[in-house]
Design a protein around this ligand. Structure first.
Ligand code: 26V
Length: 859
């Protein structure tokens, strides 16, 4: 008996449909009244008023939602309607928990955490909410009685793709963990009308189309039109003389935009706690200029509205270059200001003044996107709340902390001073003053060190005068953290080297983690059931006991069951690849997956080169005892990142040639799955055998896909980069296929004037692969297509693709060989899962809470 089967397979059945009709004809009696407020304002929380959690009450609630909220009879309902009705019913349960919690904790809440992030990559929420509320079984039965499978409803939910990749998904995992650990927290971000673009591959070329996740409404959110903050832009600063002879500076913005709150409740594991993700939508204070409209100037009448609302229109898909556009700065300031105004209002309401802010709140900046918070909080404290400058600075530095997510110099945000002066004139003054005081202090401690001053200044002079947002965030924070041990070390040695000398101890490490609810329990119920059987239900709450699996790693019976789960998951992925990529694969083959944003430093190109090498070798000797391999690629390229798009095209070109070649039939398949998103990851992650984590060492800050895949029993082929280093420590390096240059070696190579031709000269395989690709073997329609790409590998080879090629192929060889020894492979897979308990985002968040936020955690 599998003790964990929340989303088992139950087909729609005719009896259920008949039942739904009966219920429609005779609507069910309300089971228990919905929570109501008594005259005293207290919630009547006795059990008769609570929503019942039986399957029949859930069924009735869903039917009521379908009927009265959506206005549809079951006979007319489509999958999307069932999803909406189900989500609304589940939301009622979420709200109930929230109200109960409010009732229980009123006045007793401790320090609040505010997580400011321009991105929250949430994906679907139905399964997460149902799973965390513990209602999965009841819901399945309820829907079955209505003639609907849980997957019919679930798959009709659009992904909330309000993020680009790792950084946004981390924010979503962190929110879920904060709720699971019952840490009082708010997520603050932007409610984009359009999230990350939909990717279509047309003849192998990526094309972007807008996605429209809100087009059928969002059942999880609550619009809060009454929660609205004014956000200013432009205008000028005036000085006002005060009676005591001092002067007060006042910002008179030339333009106003309203930020309107939309709240999505975030339920923690076992429904323990509910926090809120508050996303801001931009609205014009005046929806239209009636005078202009009446004059017949219809465009002009709406112009302000269009300008204001463009702020929350669309997520920037930039992952290739820091978005330089003014709109991006407007987005950053917009949501940061709304968040700070919102939390200050709460502070004043609860504590009576802003003075105790730093004791009562912790504001975490997710990368530099909200770094303007440092200046905005100063402005609000000094200009709006009349706090003295020095005290305001102490409050700001006491409340704010900052997470860095990349060291790539080209990714570090900076804004041109003239743009800042035009858009945020008061903030620019504040930044100048912060900088002056900061540089005075540096000068006092290190006289005559102009290099040091230039390096730590908030204003850079390299490409015109620009405000360096990383430096601003650094000086305004009490802690600055990296996201893996290696990344944090490199932060100390490179981008923040001088800051680390000036402020020793300010930089700390907080290795990333992933939500085990989403990335194990929900996406892999088969494996979760097996783990519960083997280790007991405690594993669902205390993932560190996964280490006990080590005792079972050599047990043939356990291995068999572990492998059976993997096999079923691979069959599901095979179906998806057939339907969505048009590629038929054998689930018995080794599934080798690389799923992440397409970027040169992530080196999908290295994987493609190996694919070509393998293909050529198989073709040359088809009768050899090959390990059948399926290469799975998925990921989006930034729309303007031509090289990344070309790499997608190459993967597709190689796929076309390989998949059509009868000489490698049954040996090699290549699939590029279009439109990678969270939901696709939830199918691929449980099905992977081999996880590609092959970034150029020193360039991937952490990675989190590496964790998801290993937790689900994939073996890692990877470089010693990001959190993969720590995974090797927890799992055992001998259970992984590690290869390639270390971060230090990469630095040395680059300094030594390395060229890819040096690798080509010593590797026949590399030479053949480059000749084939460069010569047009995979692009017969355009022989020159990959000329430049190959030339750059032969020349600078910045990402060390040529340099690492042979080592990578050798590691691939080791993986293929091990796969042929299934007991050994399975044992290693079990050991990978066993070593991953530490990588729960609950552990990450508990570390933030204790060491950065000063918030107690009950564990
Ligand atoms: C931005 C840019 C812009 C300029 C050119 C290259 C480049 C490369 C990456 C980025 C994204 C930077 C922020 C980010 O998403 N970092 C990711 O954060 C994850 C969560 O901490 C972490 O796991 C990934 O390793 C890291 O790339």
């Amino acid at each position: 008996m599998v003790a964990w089967a929340p989303w088992g397979v139950n087909g729609p059945h005719a009896a259920g449909r008949r039942m739904a009709h009966l219920l429609w004809i005779a609507p069910p009696r309300l089971l228990g009244s919905i929570l109501t407020r008594t005259r005293s304002g207290e919630l009547p929380l006795n059990t008769t008023d609570r929503l019942a959690t039986t399957s029949s009450s859930l069924r009735d609630l869903i039917l009521r939602k379908l009927t009265y909220t959506l206005g549809k009879p079951p006979s007319e309902a489509r999958d999307r309607d069932w999803f909406m009705a189900t989500a609304l019913a589940v939301r009622d349960h979420v709200v109930e928990r929230f109200l109960v919690q409010m009732h229980q904790t009123r006045g007793k809440e401790g320090k609040h955490v505010y997580y400011l992030s321009l991105e929250f990559l949430i994906g679907r929420l139905l399964r997460e909410n149902v799973g965390n509320l513990g209602l999965a079984e009841e819901l399945r039965t309820a829907l079955a009685e209505l003639g609907v499978t849980i997957d019919q409803a679930r798959l009709a939910e659009p992904d909330a793709a309000l993020g680009n990749g790792g950084l946004g998904r981390l924010a979503a995992c962190f929110l879920e963990s904060m709720s699971s650990l019952a840490i009082p927290a708010f997520g603050y971000g932007i409610r984009y009308d359009h999230g990350l673009f939909r990717q279509i591959l047309r003849d192998g070329w990526q094309q972007e189309f807008p996605e429209d996740w809100l087009s059928f409404g969002n059942p999880w959110e609550f619009a809060r039109p009454e929660i609205r903050h004014r956000i200013g832009f432009g205008g000028e600063v005036t000085a006002e003389a005060l009676p005591d002879g001092d002067e007060r500076l006042r910002w008179n913005p030339g333009e106003w935009v309203d930020a309107v709150a939309y709240d999505t409740p975030v339920v923690g594991w076992r429904g323990k706690h509910v926090n809120v993700l508050r996303l801001w939508r931009a609205r014009a204070p005046d929806p239209l200029r009636l005078d202009a409209f009446n004059r017949g100037d219809h465009h002009g009448a709406l112009a302000e509205q269009v300008r204001a609302e463009s702020i929350s229109k669309v997520l920037y898909p930039s992952d290739d270059s820091p978005a330089g556009q003014e709109l991006r700065l407007r987005q950053e300031y917009f949501f940061t200001s709304a968040a700070l105004q919102d939390l200050l209002r709460r502070q004043v309401r609860q504590a009576g003044s802003v003075n105790t802010l730093a004791e009562r709140v912790s504001i975490q900046l997710n990368d530099t996107h909200p770094a303007i918070a440092v200046a905005e909080l100063m402005r609000l404290l000094v200009d709006e709340h009349a706090v003295a400058w020095a005290e305001a600075w102490a409050i700001t530095r006491g409340a704010v902390s900052y997470t860095n997510h990349t060291l790539l110099p080209e990714a570090l945000e900076s804004w041109p001073v003239p743009l800042m002066e035009r858009l945020l004139p008061r903030h620019m003054q504040i930044i100048y003053r912060i900088n002056a005081e900061h540089l005075d202090a540096v000068r006092a401690a290190h006289p005559d060190d102009d290099r040091l001053l230039a390096s730590v200044s908030l204003i850079g002079e390299e490409h015109g005068r620009r405000v360096r947002m990383g430096n601003l965030a650094f000086v305004g924070s009490h802690h600055v953290n990296g996201v893996s041990a290696l990344h944090t070390d490199l932060m100390r040695q490179t981008v923040f080297r001088d800051f680390n000398t000036l402020f020793p101890g300010r930089i700390v490490n907080k290795t990333n983690g992933i939500s085990f609810r989403r990335w194990l329990m929900q996406c892999n119920p088969g494996l979760t059931g097996l783990l519960v059987e083997a280790l007991g239900p405690k594993v669902l709450d205390a993932p560190d006991i996964l280490v006990q699996l080590r005792d079972l790693a050599g047990d043939a019976a356990f291995q068999g069951r572990f492998a059976a789960v993997k096999r079923a998951n691979k069959e599901a992925l095979a179906t998806m690849l057939r339907e969505q990529a048009g590629v038929r694969v054998d689930p018995a083959a080794l599934f080798d997956v690389q799923i992440k944003r397409i970027h040169e430093y992530k080196r999908q190109l290295l994987n493609v080169l190996h694919t070509v090498a393998l293909y050529e070798a198989m073709r040359a000797q088809p009768m050899r005892d090959w390990t059948p391999v399926v290469k799975v690629f998925a990921g989006k390229a930034a729309p303007g990142y031509h090289r990344a798009k070309l790499i997608i095209k190459l993967a597709c070109d190689v796929a076309r040639v390989v998949n059509r070649d009868p000489s490698v039939r049954g040996l090699l398949k290549v699939a590029f799955l279009p439109n990678y998103n969270v939901s696709a990851a939830e199918v691929i992650v449980p099905a992977a055998d081999l996880s590609e984590q092959i970034s150029t060492a020193g360039m991937e800050a952490s990675g989190t896909g590496n964790m998801k895949l290993a937790l689900n029993g994939a073996l890692t082929i990877g470089t010693l980069d990001g959190a993969t280093v720590e995974m090797a420590e927890h799992i055992g390096a001998e259970q992984m296929f590690l290869f390639g240059l270390s971060a230090d070696e990469v630095t040395e190579r680059r300094a030594s004037g390395w060229r890819g031709t040096q690798a080509e000269a010593t590797s026949d395989t590399l030479a053949e692969v480059l000749a084939a690709i460069g010569g047009g073997v995979f692009s017969p329609d355009d022989h020159g297509r990959y000329g430049d790409l190959v030339a750059s590998l032969r020349a600078e080879d910045w990402f060390m693709v040529a340099a690492d090629f042979d080592a990578y192929c050798a590691a691939q060889q080791r993986a293929a060989t091990l796969y042929r020894d299934q007991p050994a492979w399975r044992r290693t897979a079990v050991l990978n899962t066993a070593g991953m308990g530490w990588f729960s985002s609950d552990r990450s968040i508990a570390d933030y809470a204790r060491e950065i936020w000063g918030v107690p955690v009950a564990t």
